[in-house]
Structures are given as structure tokens and as C-alpha cells.
Design a protein around this ligand. Structure first.
Ligand SMILES: *Cc1c(COP(=O)(O)O)cnc(C)c1O
Length: 465
């Protein structure tokens, strides 16, 4: 299987090179040259299988012969053994036609673990095979950093540096990054905000000499392997609810559009998904784009659901490419216009293709809090603010009787956002064992100014150590 850039100007790569590359050199994102199609019988055959077995089957269709089947099965088994629930991503029922897909049973209590746990093991395997070492630099507003540290800590041939904005992430989030006590992990508090961290990261990648010197790599959600690892839970949950015999719909809280695109990828692979409701918080660029076709950046606002406080939904480019009939020239044109002007217009035919599957809703802060409280009253379930955005978004879109069951994608454990949950519902979300353990451990944090030169010097010294 080969992977092509959405902008059509980069050479096609194999699976392993796509895994290690992240962004394509022409600025686009990699998608497979064609999507593997699963037959209804193959999808039905997932019923009753372990999560790890389904993951190995689906990932194997993308890895082809580049990673032996037995290796992939072992890596998936190890990755999903790190989850604290035997179903890995269990589905619970909220109402007659509504279910909650719990993606927060991994080591850092957010859905980023689902992809990151297998990504870390894939990196470990392919770098050992190639006799290479890499330096991963990651900028985080909270959840990605912890999931990445947890997945890459202790690997021989990877060093990982996480940049986070000092004082702007929660204590729970910080402790997942700072308490691993592994020599290949460095956590850096940057004296600035998340945009400063991300700007530094982009500048590191733009410096070819530096990137080559330290073997720089990225594991944010533009990495194709992360997307496909996330498609797995769409299959697993839909099959549990009767697919492929009946269609299922999903509601997804969205930031960078990685999770939502993973659902669309499952549909392209043959899973009968009727509708994907994408719910945003006040940072509603994706909602506006799907409703009107205008994709326009605004100013990022801080909300109770900080993992979605994003103004540029990188993976939206993948959807545009697919819905434009894979026209890479049109995709390059649209996203270069957006890069330069901060806005672009989706052509009507492309928008219509998006709207065949997607419908969007934006949810404000008051409704998010009210939804946490209301869900607790009606079901006894305590949900986190990101999940609450999806529930409220679904309520806005789905009115009256429905033909398909709806799965709410629950992306974080409520104990990861205790202040917001307590303020909204007056309850203290019981922290799982992992969180209690972290609260007693010593933290290791370095501090740097929001300065490119200082970060370069720091990363260079660490890479050479
Ligand atoms: C990252 C994250 C999201 C948004 O996911 P995208 O793939 O960026 O759309 C939603 N909820 C939580 C808890 C997250 O950590």
C-alpha cells in the first residue's frame, strides 16, 4: 500500500515511511492511494473478537507486507493490554437509542492513548529494524503530551521532548508528563502560551539542517497511523450494536478533526455509518465550515474543553481531498489559500459530498456545563466537558424518532477535568487508580523561555546525549 499527499506534489511513500514522516514535504497530509474495502462478512466477523485482534486486522490492511502479521498482532496485544478495561473501549447505554463509547480507559485517561499506545510500539519496532534513532518533539495543550510520553517512555531509539505552556495545563495533565522518571523523556515548561510552543515546533521542522541533525519526528494527529488506529473503535462499537446488518451514527467532539476523520475512514472502508455529528465548543471553525462551506480561522478562546480550543483543524484537509474526488490540485489550492489568507471557500459540490455524512453543531460554555449536570440527573453518568459537547451537539441535531442508534464518542475521563465537572454537576469525579498513583510522584520539569534558539540548543544537547 502506498500513501499519497493530499496536495499531490510529494512522492508516494510506503507505510513505514508515512508513519515516520508525519506531514508531507509539499505541506499536505498522507492518505492511502486507495481505501481497502471490507466485505460485510469480514465486518460481521469482528463480532466477539478482542479489540487487539480487530486492530491488528485493520492496521494490517494498511501496513501490507512492511510489518509481519505476527509482529503487528503482538504489538496490538501489548498496546491494548495497557488499558484498564477488558473491552478496551466499552460501550454503555444512555437512552433507548443512545450509547456512550468510552475511549478513556488508557493510561492517561483520554482517547489519545488509543492511537498513541500502538504508535509508540510501531516506532520502537521499525526504528530497531532500520537501526535508526529519532527525536520526537511534541507541543501540547494538555492531552497529547501525556499520551505521547506514556507511549514512548523507555524506548531505546527514541528521545521525546514535550513543550507545554507553563501554568496553562491542569495538574492532572502535567503529572502524566512529568512523573515517568525515564531517561529518554524531557518535559519543558515554556514561558509562553500554546501558540508559542506550536510556533517553535513548526520552526524546528522548517529548519532542514536541524531536523536532519537530530532526526526530528512528529506524532501529532496529522500522522496517518494515528488516524487509522482510531478507525478501529468505530468498527468495534458499530459491530457491537448490530453493524453491518444495521447502520449506526456517531457524535464526535472535535478539535483537529482527527477523530471525526477516522470515522469517515471507517465508512470509506465499508462500515455502514449513517451520520457523523461533529460537535465543537466555542472554537467553531469546523461547524461553520460544514454548515456554510466557509472555512475561516478566528481567535482561539479558552473553554472548559481545552483539547478542542483549536482554530485550524488540520485533518479537515483529508476530508476535503476525499470529498473533492481526490482532486489534489483543488485541495492544494484551497489550503494554500487558507494558509495565506486565513480563509477559503469549499466548492458547492465538495460541501454537498461532506454533508452526505457530516452535520455539525457548536456548543457554548453554559450548555456544556448544563449537559454535564443533566446527564448526571438522567443517567447517573458523570461525563467530562469534551463528551458533554458531543452530547449537547447530538441533542441539537437529532430531534424526534431516529432510525439508527447513536454512539456518543466519549474522549476523556471526567477525573481528568475535575474543576469543570465539579463546577457543573457538584460532584467529584472519582479518579482512577492511575491518577492517584501519579499524585505522589516527584516531577521532573525543565524550564525555557519561548525562544527558538534556546529550544534548539536544548534539543540538540539532548539528542546527542
Ligand atoms: C484531542 C481531544 C479531542 C479532539 O480530538 P481531535 O482528533 O483533535 O478532533 C477531544 N477530546 C479530548 C479529550 C481530546 O484530548
Amino acid at each position: 500500500m502506498k500513501y499519497i499527499s493530499t496536495r499531490g506534489e510529494a512522492a508516494p511513500l510506503g507505510f513505514v515511511d508515512t508513519l515516520l514522516a508525519g506531514l508531507a514535504p509539499d505541506g499536505g497530509l498522507y492518505n492511502p492511494v486507495s481505501w481497502p474495502r471490507l466485505t460485510a462478512a469480514e465486518i460481521a466477523g469482528f463480532a466477539g473478537q478482542s479489540y487487539a485482534a480487530v486492530a491488528a486486522d485493520i492496521l494490517g490492511r494498511f501496513a501490507g507486507d512492511e510489518i509481519p502479521k505476527a509482529v503487528l498482532e503482538r504489538l496490538c496485544a501489548e498496546a491494548y493490554a495497557s488499558f484498564d478495561h477488558p473491552a478496551v473501549t466499552p460501550v454503555t447505554q444512555m437512552a433507548p437509542d443512545r450509547f456512550l463509547l468510552e475511549l478513556f480507559h488508557g493510561p492517561t485517561l483520554a482517547f489519545k492513548d488509543v492511537a498513541m499506545q500502538i504508535l509508540g510500539r510501531l516506532y520502537g519496532h521499525v526504528l530497531a529494524e532500520r537501526g535508526r534513532a529519532m527525536t520526537i518533539v511534541c507541543a501540547t495543550s494538555g492531552d497529547t503530551g501525556g499520551a505521547a510520553v506514556e507511549a514512548f517512555a523507555g524506548l531505546d531509539n527514541v528521545r521525546i521532548v514535550v513543550l507545554f505552556p507553563e501554568g496553562r495545563i491542569s495538574e492532572v495533565q502535567r503529572r502524566f508528563m512529568t512523573t515517568t522518571a525515564q531517561a529518554n523523556v524531557r518535559t519543558v515548561a515554556v514561558a509562553g502560551d500554546f501558540d508559542d510552543c506550536q510556533a517553535i515546533l513548526k520552526s524546528l521542522f522548517a529548519d532542514d539542517a536541524f531536523a536532519g541533525e537530530v532526526n526530528l519526528s512528529a506524532v501529532n494527529s496529522i500522522n496517518f497511523a494515528r488516524i487509522i488506529a482510531q478507525s478501529v473503535y468505530y468498527f468495534v462499537s458499530a459491530v457491537a450494536l448490530g453493524a453491518p446488518g444495521r447502520a449506526v451514527s456517531f457524535a464526535v467532539p472535535t478539535g483537529n478533526f482527527g477523530d471525526a476523520f477516522a470515522g469517515y475512514a471507517a465508512k470509506l472502508m465499508g462500515l455502514p455509518i449513517a451520520q457523523i455529528i461533529v460537535a465543537t465548543n466555542a472554537n467553531d471553525i469546523v461547524s461553520r465550515a460544514l454548515a456554510t462551506g466557509e472555512y475561516r480561522r478566528g481567535a482561539a478562546q479558552a473553554t472548559q474543553s481545552p483539547a478542542m480550543d483549536i482554530q485550524v483543524a488540520s485533518n479537515f484537509e483529508r476530508l476535503f481531498f476525499e470529498c473533492a474526488g481526490r482532486d489534489s490540485a483543488a485541495t492544494a489550492d484551497a489550503f494554500r489559500t487558507f494558509g495565506a489568507a486565513g480563509a477559503m471557500r469549499t466548492p458547492p459540490a465538495v460541501l454537498a459530498a461532506m454533508q452526505e455524512t457530516f452535520v455539525a453543531a457548536a456548543v457554548d460554555e453554559a450548555l456544556t456545563a448544563a449537559t454535564i449536570a443533566d446527564t448526571r440527573t438522567r443517567t447517573g453518568m458523570v461525563i467530562d466537558p469534551h463528551t458533554a459537547v458531543a452530547v449537547a451537539g447530538a441533542d441539537k441535531v437529532r430531534t424526534g424518532a431516529q432510525a439508527t442508534p447513536l454512539v456518543i464518542v466519549s474522549t476523556a475521563h471526567p477525573a481528568k477535568f475535575p474543576e469543570a465537572v465539579t463546577a457543573a454537576a457538584g460532584v467529584v469525579a472519582e479518579p482512577p487508580r492511575a491518577v492517584r498513583l501519579r499524585s505522589g510522584l516527584a516531577e521532573e520539569i525543565d524550564r525555557l523561555p519561548a525562544d527558538l534558539g534556546a529550544v534548539k540548543t536544548y534539543v540538540r544537547a539532548f539528542a546527542a546525549s
